[in-house]
Structure formats: structure tokens, C-alpha cells
Ligand binder design. Structure first.
Ligand code: ZN
Ligand code: ZN
Length: 180
């Protein structure tokens, strides 16, 4: 099973899951009650500012709670690695990994215990672009798949983006998966 479930790459290079028919993954978290944790040290202010993006998704369903910081990185459910240098591929903006509790890699059809969302530093990506990548990767954690609707500003479209508002379409898709 591949660990990389999603890549957002500039210039249209595309690896990972090539065809996702549905707008949400078959799999999901084992629970919607999630603790969050950052890898590395970030100020309280920065953490609050950044965690607000994933919370735009969790706020849409009463079955998703992302309110509490976890004690340890290892056993937190929603982990963020933000502004990482050295992306594994040139132009890679972000990546999401799904795991069992103990850290074995899972795929999008599984039931995952924890997630790591990585957002990479990239010479083409402004801080707004990186916020957009963070909310995109968080979408995958909550089972949102890629979509592509021309002329729409959807978070789950691939590529370099500068908008971070969840569309009504995506709100509906999330709620189909998680309930209201
Ligand atoms: Zn993606
Ligand atoms: Zn779309």
C-alpha cells in the first residue's frame, strides 16, 4: 500500500492515487474525536493561526472534533509538519500520510488512527498558498478526495491555490461522510 495518498504538485506532475471516482475516500478515521499536534516548535500564536485551517472542516460536522492539543506527537491523531524544507520531489507542495496507532502506513480505503499532514516550503508558495495547502491536506485527513470542477474554487482541487474557504459543495461532501 502506498503511503503517499496525495501530492499537490506545480506543473501538473501527478503521482499517487490516479483515479478516485468518489469525492470522498472509502476509508476514514476510526473516530472523529481528534487531538492535534505540531512537529517541531511553533509559538502558541502560530499554532492557533495554523490549526484554524483544519478546523474549518471539523466545524462543519458535530461528529468531528479537533479541539484539543495532544500530549505526545506519536499518539496525537492529527499531526502537522509545517513549512518543511526539502520536499521529496521538486515542486511538491504538500502530502498526507495515514497510519495505524503504532505507525504502520495505511491507504485511503482503510480505517486510520492518525494522520500526518506535511506542508513544504517552496519558492513558489507564499504563506497564503501554504495555508491553502494545509487546508487541502487536512481535507484528505477527513476523507476528502481530489475533485476538479472548472471555474470553481474548491480546496480539494490540486495545484497552487490562494483560497481557503470551504465551498458549499465540499461542505455537503464532508457532511455526507461525517454527518452534520
Ligand atoms: Zn491532494
Ligand atoms: Zn471541485
Amino acid at each position: 500500500m502506498i503511503a503517499i495518498i496525495c501530492v499537490v504538485i506545480i506543473l501538473g506532475v501527478y503521482i499517487g492515487q490516479k483515479s478516485i471516482g468518489a469525492n470522498t475516500f472509502t476509508g476514514k478515521y476510526t473516530t472523529g474525536n481528534l487531538t492535534w499536534k505540531f512537529a517541531g516548535s511553533y509559538s502558541k500564536t502560530t499554532q492557533e493561526k495554523l490549526i484554524a485551517y483544519p478546523k474549518k472542516w471539523s466545524a462543519l460536522s458535530s461528529n468531528l472534533n479537533l479541539t484539543k492539543e495532544g500530549d505526545s506527537y506519536k499518539y496525537s491523531r492529527f499531526r502537522i509538519r509545517y513549512n518543511l524544507t526539502k520536499p521529496p520531489l521538486v515542486g511538491l507542495l504538500g502530502q498526507t500520510f495515514l497510519f495505524t496507532k503504532e505507525g504502520s502506513e495505511l491507504g485511503i480505503n482503510d480505517r486510520w488512527w492518525k494522520v500526518t499532514c506535511s506542508v513544504y516550503k517552496n519558492s513558489s508558495a507564499s504563506s497564503v498558498n501554504k495555508h491553502a495547502t494545509l487546508i487541502h491536506e487536512a481535507g484528505h485527513a477527513f476523507s476528502m478526495a481530489h475533485c476538479s470542477h472548472s471555474e470553481k474554487q474548491h480546496i480539494m482541487h490540486q495545484g497552487l491555490k490562494s483560497y481557503t474557504a470551504v465551498s458549499s459543495y465540499e461542505k455537503d461532501e464532508l457532511r455526507k461522510k461525517w454527518g452534520k
